[in-house]
Design a protein around this ligand. Structure first.
Ligand code: PLP
Length: 400
C-alpha cells in the first residue's frame, strides 16, 4: 500500500501486525505528557497488573519494553542466563530458528531438537533429552508456542509435564508472540518462567512493545546471570517500574493503546476471545479443505487458531498468489518464509476480526489462487466457511 491510496477497507490478513481497533487507535492520539509526573503511575501501574491477567500469571512480574518481540526474546535470555549456559530448543519453523540464532549470538550453548516443519515441540523428546542430562547442564527449555511461519501450535502444558516427569530443574521459556491474547495461555499453570509477547498481534496494537512475564524462579536467576545487558536490564526496570516509571522515555501512545486494547479484551472476555479465534480458524480450515488443499500443519493436533499456512499445489509459486492478492484485490497475506518460501501462503486470523471480514479475505484468496492458475471453483471455500460460521453462530444463538 505504501505510496498509493487504496479506497475502501484494506484487507490486512498477515499474522501480525493485525488490525488495530478504532477505539484503540483513538486512545493512542494523545498529547505528549511528562512521563515523570506524579500522575503517570496512574496509567502504568494498572498496565502491569492487567498484563498479568492476560498472561494468566499470579506470581510473575511483567516487563514492558519499547521493542518488538525479538527484543523481548533477548531480554528474557540475557537477564536470566550466562554465556556458555546450555539451553534446549526444539526447531520447527522460521521463528524457532531465529530465536535459536539469537541465543547462539549472545553466547548460549543451544542444544537443538530438529522437528519436521509442520509439526511442533515433542514433549517425549524433550523429556528424553532432560533425562539424559544427568548433570543438569540444561538451564532452560525454549519453545515457540505458536510457530507463525507454519501455523503450528505446540502443547505447552505437555512440555511442562515432560520437564516435571524428567525431574529436571530447567526453566521453561515460551514465545507467545502470536498466541498470547488470542490462544489460551496459562503462564502460572504451565510453570512458564519467561513468557514473551509483542504488541502487534493478539494485543491489536502497532509493533513497538516487547512484553515479558517473568516467574520468581527466573527473577532469582537474574541475580547471578552474566549475559551482557543494559537497556533491557530487569533490575533497572524493576526499580523504576515499582513506582510506575521507566528508566527511559516510554512511548506514551503505545501505553495508552495497551490500556485500551486490554479493555477491549476484558470486555469481550478472554475465553470468548479464544473461542472466536477457534471459530474463525475452523472456518478457514473448512475453506482449505473445500479447495482440496492442505495445511502446512501436519495433523489437527498442530493446527493453529491464529494462522493457517496453506500449501499451494506443485508447480505454483505461493509468492504469486500473495502478490496477486495484494496488487489486484487489496488483500495482504503472509508469505512463506525460509524453507517454505513459495510453497505456501498464510492467512492470519488473529486479533480484531470477525467472520464476515474473514469471508472477504477467503474470497480474495480464491480469486488470487484462480488468477495464479490453481484450479479452484469460485465460492467453494467461501461457501464451506459460511456453512461453518452459520452453524456455530446459530448454535450460539440457542445458548441461554
Ligand atoms: N516469534 C514469533 C512466533 C513471531 O511470529 C514473531 C514475528 O512475527 C517473532 C517472534 C518476532 O517478533 P517481532 O517481529 O515483533 O520482533
Amino acid at each position: 500500500m505504501a505510496g498509493s491510496r487504496r479506497p475502501g477497507r484494506n484487507f490486512l490478513f498477515v499474522p501480525g501486525p493485525t488490525n488495530v481497533p478504532e477505539r484503540v487507535q483513538r486512545a493512542m492520539i494523545v498529547p505528549m505528557e511528562d512521563h515523570r509526573s506524579s500522575s503517570f503511575p496512574d496509567l502504568t501501574l494498572p498496565l502491569f497488573e492487567d498484563m498479568k491477567k492476560v498472561f494468566k500469571s499470579r506470581d510473575g512480574q511483567v516487563f514492558i519494553f519499547p521493542s518488538s518481540g525479538t527484543g523481548a526474546w533477548e531480554a528474557a535470555l540475557t537477564n536470566t542466563l550466562s554465556p556458555g549456559d546450555r539451553v534446549l530448543a526444539p526447531r520447527f519453523g522460521q521463528f524457532s530458528t531465529l530465536w535459536i540464532d539469537l541465543a547462539r549470538r549472545i553466547g548460549l550453548d543451544v542444544q537443538v531438537q530438529d522437528e519436521e516443519w509442520g509439526t511442533g515441540a515433542d514433549p517425549d523428546r524433550i523429556e528424553e533429552a532432560l533425562r539424559a542430562d544427568r548433570e543438569h547442564r540444561i538451564r532452560a527449555v525454549l519453545v515457540v508456542h505458536n510457530e507463525t511461519a507454519t501455523g503450528v501450535t505446540s502443547d505447552i502444558g505437555a512440555v511442562r509435564r515432560a520437564i516435571d516427569a524428567a525431574g529436571h530443574p530447567a526453566m521453561l521459556y515460551v514465545d507467545g508472540v502470536s498466541s498470547i491474547a488470542s490462544l489460551d495461555f496459562r503462564a502460572q499453570e504451565w510453570g512458564v518462567d519467561c513468557a514473551i509477547t509483542g504488541s502487534q498481534k493478539g494485543l491489536m496494537l502497532p509493533a513497538g512493545l516487547g512484553i515479558v512475564c517473568v516467574s520468581p524462579k527466573a527473577l532469582a536467576a537474574a541475580k547471578t546471570a552474566e549475559c551482557r545487558r543494559c537497556y533491557f536490564d530487569f533490575a533497572d526496570q524493576s526499580k523504576a517500574n515499582a513506582a510506575g516509571y521507566f528508566p527511559y522515555t516510554p512511548s506514551l501512545p503505545l501505553l495508552y493503546g495497551l490500556r485500551e486494547s486490554m479493555r477491549c479484551l476484558f470486555e469481550e472476555g478472554l475465553e470468548r476471545v479464544f473461542e472466536r479465534h477457534r471459530v474463525l480458524a475452523d472456518g478457514t480450515r473448512a475453506a482449505v479443505k473445500a479447495w482440496g488443499l492442505t495445511l502446512c500443519a501436519r495433523e489437527p493436533k498442530w493446527y493453529s487458531d491464529t494462522v493457517s499456512a496453506v500449501m499451494v499445489p506443485e508447480g505454483v509459486n505461493g509468492a504469486d498468489v500473495i502478490d496477486i492478492a495484494f496488487r489486484r484485490y487489496n488483500l495482504a497475506l503472509g508469505a512463506g518464509l525460509s524453507k517454505v518460501a513459495g510453497k505456501l501462503f498464510r492467512v492470519g486470523h488473529i486479533g480484531d476480526l470477525n467472520d464476515l471480514m474473514l469471508l472477504g479475505a477467503l474470497s480474495g484468496c480464491e480469486m488470487a489462487m484462480q488468477d495464479a492458475g490453481i484450479a479452484i471453483e469460485a465460492g467453494r471455500g467461501v461457501g464451506a466457511a459460511q456453512d461453518h460460521f452459520r452453524r456455530t453462530i446459530m448454535a450460539k444463538d440457542r445458548r441461554p
